[in-house]
Design a binder for this molecule. Structure first.
Ligand SMILES: [Fe+2]
Ligand SMILES: [Fe+2]
Length: 385
């Protein structure tokens, strides 16, 4: 069946890890060991021990234990600077809201309009948000997509995907050529549009431009979905490229669309991964949380290493599909204060991604000179994909 994939032999991996399966097993083993230790430490703390002197053998820890301690130091929570609840919420209660009251300060004191302010947006005039993301009316292709995505996005798969990403260069080309290449993809997870990817890229960027947002913001609009190129390289289908994202390694929130489909995910039965915090800790920060692998994470990594886009732009790219978080308010208990500030940033971007989807089609060739200029401002002429 022709699914539009390019011949992978054209672009052999640069540093293919031939023993990656073993490496994956090793990492997974380490994570599990870490979790066992974490549970032990928590139990010790609950019993009133201080952990350090609680060694049952009474002697110095083994080398393995010492190593574990070093790793655990990484996971220690920084002193919270946001207002925390007086009591720890029950971990197994399944509650999604957090008592943490996180607010974003209005830090912009310049006379220039704040780019985070969408209140004068031309795009938002006449938009009816209720007409978007209507999953109850979605085509079967959308439901089939999420059934597969939810059952296959496991911790083990996500570790493997990241290893694959870091061990090869798939292609080298100009960002504009990449956009043209991406145009062959129809996103099976999107209930709102069947337009091509370049139409969506231009609709998003043009809406941002029309609202007089900064040029870096326009560039983010143009390339935010470019990571979907992954589909043409080493994806296993669309389930590891597109769709809403969510953390793996902890309980799947009920606020994730089609939550029931997680029944097919082995991690939902794994006691290491199916508790509220799972392998994470309270307010550990989203950068310490593994989100389901797909175009967001892939493009974020490319842009971080190869563009001059500001941190806000990189954040928009990385979390734009994390709807359970930026729209539904889930997983706040994993956020650190910086994430609270960036939440506003992602929410500023989201309407342009979502509500610009329309039947309006721009003339690509007419807009091309403007966007070539814009790309050159933030990306090198050849980008490694
Ligand atoms: Fe996207
Ligand atoms: Fe998009």
């Amino acid at each position: 069946m022709n699914n539009g994939k390019v011949d992978k032999a054209e672009h052999p991996p640069k540093y293919q890890n031939l023993d990656s399966c073993k490496l994956l097993e090793k990492i997974d083993e380490d994570i599990q060991r870490l979790n066992r230790l974490k549970v032990k430490l928590e139990e010790t703390a609950r019993r009133g021990g201080n952990g350090a002197g609680g060694n049952e053998a009474g002697g110095k820890g083994t080398v393995k234990e010492e190593e574990e301690k070093v790793v655990m130091d990484h996971y220690k929570r920084k002193p919270p600077t946001v207002k925390e609840a007086t009591n720890q919420e029950p971990e197994e209660a399944g509650q999604e809201t957090t008592p943490v009251d996180i607010t974003v300060d209005d830090v912009d004191t310049d006379d220039e309009p704040d780019w985070r302010d969408n209140s004068h947006s031309i795009l938002m005039k006449g938009v009816d948000p209720a007409q978007f993301r209507r999953y109850e009316l979605a085509y079967d292709r959308v439901k089939d997509f999420y059934r597969e995505q939810h059952s296959k996005q496991t911790v083990a798969y996500n570790i493997q995907a990241r290893i694959n990403f870091k061990t090869k260069v798939r292609d080298r080309m100009h960002v504009w050529d990449a956009l043209v290449k991406l145009n062959k993809l129809l996103d099976e997870s999107d209930p709102d549009t069947e337009l091509s990817q370049i139409d969506h890229a231009l609709q998003t960027a043009e809406a941002i431009r029309r609202d007089h947002k900064p040029r870096w913001f326009q560039c983010v609009g143009l390339i935010h979905d470019l990571g979907k190129l992954l589909y043409f390289y080493d994806s296993q289908g669309q389930w590891d490229v597109v769709g809403d994202t969510f953390p793996v390694g902890c309980r799947f929130s009920k606020k994730i669309i089609y939550h029931d489909y997680f029944k097919g995910n082995p991690d939902s039965k794994n006691p290491l991964y199916n508790t509220k915090y799972g392998i994470y800790s309270r307010h550990c920060g989203l950068d310490n949380v593994m989100l389901s692998w797909g175009h967001d994470e892939y493009m974020y990594n490319l842009a971080r290493e190869q563009s001059t886009l500001p941190p806000e732009g990189l954040y928009m790219i990385r979390y734009h599909s994390f709807y359970p978080w930026h729209r539904e308010g889930a997983y706040k208990y994993l956020m650190k204060p910086e994430d609270a500030e960036m939440l506003k940033v992602v929410q500023t971007f989201n309407p342009y991604d979502l509500y610009s989807k329309s039947e309006v089609r721009y003339r690509v060739e007419e807009l091309k000179p403007y966007y070539l200029d814009l790309i050159d401002e933030f990306f090198p002429s050849v980008v490694e994909f």
